[in-house]
Design a protein around this ligand. Structure first.
Ligand code: UT7
Length: 322
């Protein structure tokens, strides 16, 4: 038997307001054709009044708890990945903790931008396996719309808001049983300026806006993702043909295609939701995961690979069996 963090529930939410490419094209110099051709994005959801990263995270967490059949008071650890917290502090995770009645356990945020959910899962998995808690909520939640420059067409059409969550439980399972099997994380601060926010509490005293050199990020993303996929599969002792589903960060359809091609994975094994919610940063992997669990594509006993790459740069991947 081996101690593993087992996935026992998923949940996700999008803000009420859905914005199509055509609606965006009324305000910005862009077109549905350009956005679909270059990115695969058709819609994004934008948080309205009263919707924040915290409220979205709470709603996703409640869904994941219901799916797992677990009460909030039984959650001992909350790790929330976000680049758009409600406040500089306290951590948005503590708002979730209070809302679900998990008071007294551990709750903190993780900042790794689009790879945030991979970092959060890896941290939660390590803490569960060392006995810091029995059950964890791992959340990716973002309101990217609040840090976009709505005059910059090269970035504002690419991002959206949303949240996804999973419940993990520490269990002793057989070697070929369920749970997180391997995680690999990386960062390279040399490329920080290719994808960043031009403000912050300690530098400008402002929140700032997202800035990205898209083409350069694209090139690094494909190489880094293919490398970390090879690394994590090797660590898990499996081959690409053993993978049932790849659940990637949803940034751009072309990155998903190029990465799958480079790695020899058939496109029909890749879960794609970028068309419906654009790039939701840390929320995108759990949003895609929950979608494929709820529509029945992901079934118990399957091998999944989650992967993401984002600002920092940061990137990572994780192999788990459902
Ligand atoms: O989540 C973290 C990871 N982030 C990413 O993975 C994003 C990675 N990068 C990308 O997805 C792509 O590079 C973009 C979608 C951002 C851009 O696609 P591209 O094929 O690299 O386009 P480009 O930047 O080379 O721009 C091509 C043209 C330019 O015009 P010129 O210079 O050729 O005349 C841009 O000005 O498209 C123009 N353009 C637009 N046109 C209409 C840029 N944005 C827009 C727009 N609508 N929204």
């Amino acid at each position: 038997m081996i101690r593993r963090s087992v996935l026992i529930g998923t949940g996700s939410v999008l803000p009420k307001r859905k914005v199509s490419n055509a609606e965006l094209a009324e305000k910005v110099d862009t077109s549905d054709e350009w956005i679909v051709e270059r990115t695969g994005i058709r819609n994004r959801h934008i948080a309205g009044e009263g919707e924040t990263t915290g409220t979205l995270a709470i709603a996703a967490a409640q869904q994941a708890l219901a799916a797992a059949g677990v009460d909030g008071k039984d959650i001992g650890l909350i790790v929330l990945a976000t680049a758009t917290p409600d406040q500089t502090f306290p951590a948005t995770a503590t708002k979730v903790q209070q809302a679900i009645g998990a008071n007294g356990g551990i709750a903190f945020d993780v900042a790794a931008v689009c790879s945030g959910f991979l970092y959060a899962i890896s941290v939660a998995d390590s803490m569960l396996r060392t006995g810091m808690a029995q059950r964890a909520l791992v959340i990716g939640a973002e309101t990217m719309s609040r840090i976009l420059d709505w005059e910059d067409r090269t970035t504002c059409v690419l991002f959206g808001d949303g949240a996804g969550a999973v419940v993990l439980e520490a269990r002793d399972v057989a070697e070929d049983g369920p749970g997180v099997i391997a995680s690999k994380l990386h960062a390279d601060g040399a490329h920080g300026d290719l994808l960043c926010v031009d403000g912050g509490p300690s530098s400008t005293g402002t929140v700032g806006h997202l800035r990205m050199k898209g083409q350069e990020v694209f090139r690094h993303a494909v190489v880094n993702l293919a490398n970390v996929l090879a690394e994590v599969l090797d660590a898990a002792g499996i081959e690409p043909k053993d993978v049932d589903w790849v659940v990637p960060h949803q940034a751009n359809q072309r990155i998903l295609d190029a990465t799958a091609r480079k790695f020899g994975l058939p496109p029909e094994k890749v879960v794609v939701t970028v068309d419906q919610h654009a790039n939701t940063s840390a929320a995108s992997v759990p949003l895609a995961l929950d979608t494929a669990v709820r529509d029945g594509r992901i079934k118990p006993g399957q091998l999944l690979v989650l992967e993401a790459m984002g600002g920092g740069f940061t990137w990572g991947a994780c192999v788990l069996r459902t």
